[in-house]
Design a protein around this ligand. Structure first.
Ligand code: ZN
Length: 484
C-alpha cells in the first residue's frame, strides 16, 4: 500500500471589515471535519438510515495470521481460519459474539453474551456458560464497531463535536480526508474518507508500546440502503494480521433468538478475579502470579531457578523476595518463543540470570531482553539444573501443534510439572475437552515416562492432577445447539 501525506497547514484567517472574530485553528479543523462527516454519512446511506440502524448481525469467515504466535519464531506466520458471528443492539446495549475455529494447536467454539445483569461467557466446546463478572457493553462491542463502517459512521454522527480534520492523504492513488474519531473507550482513530466516493476506506489506531494497527475496508455494496464492506483487512505494524469476508448481514431484525444461554450449556461458577499471589506448591517451590500469568520459582541451595517468561515475571520476582529474600536468580527458563512468553527475558537479564531457551529462538529472545549483557544458554532435547541434591529437569516436548520447540520443567523428587499453553485449565469448574496441544502434551508425558502428581501452568493458578489430564482426554467436545 502506498500512502503519502500532504498535510495542509491550516492557517487562521482574520475576517475583514473590522470584525474581531477569527476562525481559530481548532474551529477550522472541527468545521472541516463536520463537512467531511456530512458527505460520508450521505455516502454510507444517509443520516436517517444510519439513525434508524439499531440492530445488526453479521457472520464472517476469518483468516488469521499468527504474528509472533506461530510454530516457528519468525515469518512467514501460520495462517488459520475461523468463523465469527457478531450481533449488536445499540439501544438496549446488547452484544453477542461467537468465534469458531482452530489454530495454534487449539480448537475453539466460544462466545460472549453481554446483556446487563444477564451476561455470560459461553464455551460451546466445553459445554459451559459462566457469568461475566464485569460486563461492559462499550469495551466488549468495541472490536466489532471498529471493523464495521456503518457503526463507525453512527459514532461519527453522535460524536461529531469531538472530531478533528487532520489533513489530506493519498492512499493507493486516491485522495482522502483524514479525520479523527474518539470512541467511548480506547485511543483516537484516524479515519480516511475517500474524497470522491466519500466512503471510509481506511483507519489507523496507535497502541503504544504495541505499535500501529491499520484497518482496510474494501468492496462496498448497499444492504437495505446502507453501505457495507464485504472484505476487511487488518495490519499490525505493517504485517497482515486478519482478513475477513462477510457472509451475511442482517439489519434491524430482533436479536432475541441469540439472547438466551442454550439449554445444553451447563451454568458454572464465574471465573473469579485473580490478584497477584504466591502458592507454595511444595517446600521451596512457589507458583507466583495473577490475572492469568504465572511463573514457578524453585529454591535451590544457594540460588533460585525461575521458570516461565510471561509479563508477570517482574511483579512475581518482587513477590518472590518475600519468601526467598537473598538468593540470586541463577537461571530464567523460557518455555517457548511466543510473544506473550518472552517479556520475562528482560527481567531475568536485569537480575543477571542466565536465560535458558532454544538456539532457534535467539533473535526474538535477545530482542525481548533488550540488554546487551544478556546471557543465553541453549537447550536441545533436555537439560538438568541441580545444586547437587535438588533437581529441575527441562524437556523439549516439541514439535507440538503449538510450537516447534517447547520446554516443560519437571521436578522429579516433588512430582511437579510446569507447562505453558498445552493444558489450558480454567481457574475453577470443569476441565475442558483436550485440544490437539493437550493431546501432544499428554503423549509426551507418557513418552518421557514422567512420574508426577501435580501440573502447574503459565496461565492458571489451579494445580491439576494426573486425573485432570485423563478427564480432558476422555471428554468429547460438546456439540451445542441453539443460540448461534
Ligand atoms: Zn504459546
Amino acid at each position: 500500500m502506498k500512502i503519502s501525506f500532504l498535510i495542509t497547514v491550516v492557517t487562521a484567517t482574520i475576517v475583514g471589515c473590522g470584525s474581531l472574530f477569527a476562525d481559530s485553528l481548532p474551529l477550522q479543523s472541527v468545521n472541516k471535519a463536520g463537512e467531511v462527516i456530512d458527505a460520508a454519512i450521505e455516502a454510507h446511506g444517509g443520516a436517517e438510515s444510519l439513525s434508524n440502524l439499531n440492530t445488526l448481525a453479521r457472520t464472517a469467515d476469518f483468516v488469521n495470521y499468527a504474528t509472533g504466535q506461530s510454530r516457528k519464531p519468525g515469518p512467514p506466520y501460520d495462517r488459520s481460519e475461523s468463523t465469527n458471528f457478531n450481533a449488536i443492539d445499540l439501544k438496549d446495549h446488547v452484544f453477542i459474539t461467537r468465534n469458531t475455529g482452530d489454530g495454534g494447536g487449539y480448537t475453539f467454539d466460544q462466545g460472549t453474551l453481554v446483556n446487563g445483569e444477564d451476561s455470560w461467557q459461553l464455551n460451546y466446546r466445553a459445554g459451559t456458560a459462566a457469568p461475566l463478572v464485569q460486563p461492559d457493553f462499550n469495551t466488549q462491542s468495541g472490536p466489532f464497531i471498529r471493523v464495521t463502517p456503518a457503526l463507525l459512521l453512527k459514532q461519527l454522527q453522535a460524536r461529531r463535536g469531538t472530531s478533528n480534520w487532520l489533513g489530506e492523504a493519498e492512499v493507493n492513488g486516491r485522495m482522502h480526508d483524514v479525520i479523527t474519531l474518539v470512541m467511548e473507550t480506547g485511543p483516537a482513530l484516524g479515519m480516511y474518507i475517500d474524497q470522491e466516493t466519500h466512503l471510509l476506506t481506511r483507519m489507523e489506531r496507535v497502541l503504544p508500546p504495541f505499535g500501529q494497527v491499520e484497518y482496510e475496508f474494501l468492496d462496498y455494496s448497499m444492504v437495505d440502503g446502507i453501505a457495507f464492506n464485504k472484505t476487511f483487512k487488518l495490519y499490525v505494524n505493517g504485517d497482515e494480521n486478519i482478513e475477513f469476508v462477510t457472509r451475511s448481514t442482517e439489519i434491524n431484525k430482533p436479536l432475541t433468538a441469540y439472547m438466551t444461554v442454550p439449554d445444553n450449556l451447563e451454568k458454572v461458577a464465574a471465573i473469579a478475579p485473580d490478584p497477584l499471589s504466591t502458592q507454595e506448591i511444595d517446600e521451596g517451590v512457589f507458583l507466583i502470579g495473577g490475572n492469568g500469568t504465572y511463573a514457578l520459582f524453585v529454591e535451590m541451595a544457594d540460588h533460585v531457578v525461575a521458570i516461565g517468561g510471561t509479563q508477570t515475571v517482574p511483579a512475581s520476582i518482587t513477590e518472590m523476595r518475600k519468601v526467598i529474600a537473598d538468593k540470586p536468580i541463577k537461571y530464567g527458563v523460557l518455555t517457548h518463543h511466543h510473544s506473550d512468553h518472552i517479556p520475562g527475558a528482560a527481567a531475568y537479564a536485569e537480575q543477571g540470570a542466565t536465560i535458558i531457551t532454544f538456539k532457534e529462538n535467539e533473535t526474538v529472545v535477545r530482542n525481548a531482553a533488550s540488554n546487551d549483557d544478556a546471557k543465553l544458554e541453549f537447550v536441545e532435547d533436555s537439560m538438568t539444573l541441580t545444586d547437587g541434591s535438588r533437581k529441575v529437569v527441562l524437556y523439549n516436548i516439541g514439535p507440538t501443534p503449538h510450537a516447534e520447540n517447547m520446554l516443560i520443567a519437571y521436578l522429579p523428587d516433588q512430582g511437579i510439572i510446569f507447562e505453558a499453553d498445552h493444558f489450558p485449565q480454567p481457574g475453577n469448574g470443569v476441565i475442558p475437552p483436550a485440544v490437539p496441544a493437550t493431546i501432544a502434551f499428554a503423549e509426551a508425558l507418557v513418552r518421557l515416562n514422567l512420574d508426577y502428581d501435580k501440573i502447574v501452568g503459565a496461565h492458571s493458578a489451579r494445580v491439576a492432577s494426573p486425573g485432570d489430564v485423563q478427564s480432558a482426554l476422555s471428554r468429547e467436545a460438546a456439540t451445542a445447539t441453539g443460540g448461534r
